[in-house]
Design a protein around this ligand. Structure first.
Ligand SMILES: Nc1ncnc2c1ncn2[C@@H]1O[C@H](COP(=O)(O)OP(=O)(O)OP(=O)(O)O)[C@@H](O)[C@H]1O
Ligand SMILES: [Mg+2]
Length: 135
């Protein structure tokens, strides 16, 4: 069974908040002893997802949890917004798909950089993305 400790949620309403998310994720990733490469992976994924929340979701909240199972520790992050949602999730995950003039690499990139990736989204229902990186 996984146990966990949860940090206070971080609000993301502007670019400075995205920087704060990056800093908090780096701090937690260091604390649980993720390698420098894995720290950078989860910080990069977090940055993309927080930026999406801001650009498309009208802002939202990020939660950080240190999760444990018998064998190892990990860092689990949730990105939750109440924006317009995503109609076709598989399509949005493809490289090069963007509705905002970006490169369309963020969402798929975040999935590739994570050990676990879950997304729940529907038009009018907002978007929730949960990622985990295990040590
Ligand atoms: N939180 C969200 N709410 C609503 N739509 C989203 C959200 N996150 C992503 N999307 C949609 O999925 C598309 C793909 O996202 P992705 O991050 O891959 O690309 P991008 O943000 O357009 O460009 P990049 O991240 O490369 O700068 C977005 O263009 C947007 O239409
Ligand atoms: Mg993006």
């Amino acid at each position: 069974m996984e146990s966990m400790t949860t940090d206070r949620p971080l609000r993301v309403d502007n670019s400075e908040d995205v920087v704060r998310v990056r800093q908090e994720v780096r701090k937690r990733a260091t604390e649980i002893g993720l390698s420098l490469v894995d720290q950078t992976k989860i910080v990069t994924a977090a940055s993309e997802l927080a930026r999406n929340m801001l650009d498309y979701g009208g802002g939202g909240i990020v939660t950080l949890e240190i999760v444990h199972n018998v064998a190892r520790r990990g860092l689990r992050l949730a990105f939750i917004d109440e924006g317009p949602g995503i109609a076709d999730i598989e399509h949005a995950l493809e490289n090069g798909v963007t509705t905002g003039g970006g490169l369309g690499l963020g969402l798929g990139g975040a999935r590739r950089l994570s050990n676990e990736f879950e997304i729940e989204s529907a038009p009018g229902k907002g978007t929730k993305v949960v990622i985990t990186r295990w040590k």
